[in-house]
Design a protein. Sequence first.
Length: 141
Amino acid sequence: MSDIHIRCAGLSDIERVLEFWREAAEGTSVSDDHDGVARLVGTDPEALLLAERDGLIAGSVIAGFDGWRCHLYRLAVHPAHRRQGIGTALLAAAEERFARLGGRRMDAMVLQDNVRAHAAWQATGYRPQEEWRRWVKPLAG
Ligand SMILES: CC(C)(COP(=O)(O)OP(=O)(O)OC[C@H]1O[C@@H](n2cnc3c(N)ncnc32)[C@H](O)[C@@H]1OP(=O)(O)O)[C@@H](O)C(=O)NCCC(=O)NCCS
């Protein structure tokens, strides 16, 4: 783990991040494109955290704080680097950021059948809230 470096992503990382997500992330997001990530980084330059090993992206998480809630998205570790604590280290870095900003509780959307992810979230102290469901409506483009 001492060879893992966690830093904030910048605009120049976008294409590499998208490529990394295609390989490592679970599913896709409506914002998974150049404009989507550029908007994130432009709005909050400290939200997208990358874990690097030997200059290559080994993991990512988006630690988004809107002044009210702390949301985690796109937690992903490259298949070749899993079970080495990188996911845990990224969540710890996100937690540090949220604490600095005055956040109070973190949340993540986790697919019901993503059992591997359940184990990882659980191991770092997260628990499901069964009484909630996400309600969504797309914005007309
Ligand atoms: C989920 C994910 C980010 C975990 O990353 P990671 O770097 O492998 O996680 P860590 O090494 O920090 O694991 C911490 C603990 O979580 C649990 N855990 C992680 N992966 C696990 C697995 N495949 N099976 C069982 N437990 C697991 C273990 O308790 C582990 O501790 P241990 O290795 O000492 O037993 C990674 O598997 C991944 O990228 N998955 C695909 C994308 C994804 O599903 N992201 C989550 C979206 S909600």
